[in-house]
Design a binder for this molecule. Structure first.
Ligand SMILES: O=C(O)C1=C[C@@H](OP(=O)(O)O)[C@@H](O)[C@H](O)C1
Ligand SMILES: C=C(OP(=O)(O)O)C(=O)O
Length: 418
């Protein structure tokens, strides 16, 4: 996407057709890392090729792993099982998964690694994970509490148990879980403080680890025991991305169309598939929606809520403030830009004051996406019903769904550049 602004032309007809979402970002970046930690060749099919997974693949290449791309949805990863220190800092853009997962895995490497990202990633907290790794005797430093992170690794942890506060991000737990199978003794992870937001991401991590030969048990809801198996190279198929699917589910109900995404909602293992039932209830979505177990779907549902038959309060979304941008603020700003008074923040809750009469109106609004793919993709939905919605920096969708604008176009949506 070369244009710096894209105006959506409301199609004026139901969106009907077939569009498959790309592979899951979460599962692709887990599988890439685990394949990089396994000795031998792993073939990952159905994979996502986007900014986030490219950063992970590039980082592995910089550490001596061969990552081939025989086609648009396959990675073939061949590794010695060791990630050798790179010549330069690893640049991971704004990929939270790549940044957090590599930080823990490299703490069991040998030598110096620097994990860094772009200006947005440099504002996303990683201190709880850094503190946990330091408590294991790892020489690790992140002076700002955000990347860059410098790790001087010796190949081992000095302790066999760690306590982690995952209140800000479940990715800290996933990162420790995946690293722990490479330790030299059985390892225990225990949760401190608040519960994890989206537990479903931990389940994704455990499933990927087991597919690569790990043995993990969960003695209590707040602890895990990981055997020191290391990982075994394997062939692994990746399901489509459930968060990407939410935009298509929403486009379908908003326009009264039928979009075949090729995968039934019940077949996804990712947490955001829970959004399907909520979206299917449109235009009578519930008055209170708890976003804690489907966080990445909240921008989609919040924009849809503007057209609901009653206002919606979103709860359990405090950690949306530390994603690619402060999504609670970006959503309230964008909705109020469309029509003042359409949304408000109450503490960390977001209230969207629904108005079905918005559909069909001409309400010119330039939506600041704050470089956040989900803000761009969800506000495009408003443009399916309201004329004048312009998405700024539409290319930011490349983080997880580079073909998003083409996918909508294939359903008959047209755009004006600028
Ligand atoms: O583990 C994962 O793959 C993810 C976990 C979630 O992040 P947090 O754990 O930081 O909430 C989610 O928002 C992110 O897109 C992907
Ligand atoms: C929060 C997200 O990404 P990440 O944390 O993986 O950068 C997301 O994709 O919505």
């Amino acid at each position: 996407m070369t244009t710096d602004r894209l105006t959506i032309i409301p199609p004026g007809h139901p969106l009907t057709g077939r569009v498959s979402p790309p592979g899951s970002k979460s599962i692709t970046n887990r599988a890439l890392l685990l394949a990089g930690l396994a000795k031998g060749t792993s073939r990952l099919t159905g994979a996502l090729k986007s900014d986030d997974t490219r950063y992970m693949a590039e980082a592995l290449r910089a550490m001596g792993v061969t990552v081939e791309e025989p086609d648009a949805t396959t990675f073939v990863v061949t590794s010695s099982g060791e990630l050798t220190p790179p010549d330069a800092p690893l640049f991971l853009g704004n990929a939270g998964t790549a940044t957090r997962f590599l930080t823990a895995a490299l703490a069991l490497g040998r030598g110096r690694y620097v994990v860094d990202g772009d200006e947005h990633m440099r504002k996303r907290p990683i201190k709880p994970l850094v503190d946990a790794l330091r408590s294991l005797g790892v020489a690790i430093d992140a002076p700002t509490g955000c990347p860059p992170v410098t790790i001087d690794a010796t190949g081992a942890f000095a302790e066999n148990r760690v306590v982690i506060d995952a209140g800000l991000s479940s990715q800290y737990v996933s990162a420790l879980l995946m690293a722990a199978a490479c330790a030299d003794a059985p390892f225990e992870i225990a949760l401190a403080g608040a519960d994890i937001g989206a537990r479903g991401y931990i389940d994704l991590t455990l499933a990927a680890m087991r597919a690569f030969g790990a043995r993990v048990e969960q003695p209590t809801p707040a602890s895990w025991r990981i055997e020191p198996t290391g990982y075994t190279a394997t062939d692994f198929h990746i399901e489509p991305d459930a968060s990407a699917a939410t935009y298509l589910w929403a486009a379908e109900v908003l326009t009264g169309g039928t979009i075949d995404i090729g995968t039934p909602a019940g077949a996804f293992t990712q947490p955001d598939a829970k959004a399907h039932d909520v979206i299917a209830a449109f235009p009578s979505m519930p008055a209170v929606i708890d976003g804690s177990q489907m966080q990445d779907a909240i921008p989609t549902i919040a924009v849809l809520a503007a057209f609901n038959d009653k206002p919606v309060r979103f709860t359990g979304i405090a950690n949306l403030r530390v994603k690619e941008c402060d999504r609670v603020r970006a959503l309230s700003t964008g909705l109020n830009n469309i029509r003042p008074g359409l949304a408000t923040e109450e503490g960390d809750d977001l209230l969207v004051f629904a108005d079905p009469a918005l559909a069909g109106q001409n309400l010119p609004a330039a939506i600041d996406t704050f470089a956040d793919h989900r803000i761009a993709m969800s506000f495009a939905l408003a443009g399916l019903k309201i004329s004048g919605i312009t998405i700024l920096d539409p290319g930011c969708v490349a983080k997880t769904y580079p073909d998003y604008w083409d996918a909508l176009a294939s359903l008959g949506v047209e755009y004006k550049a600028g």
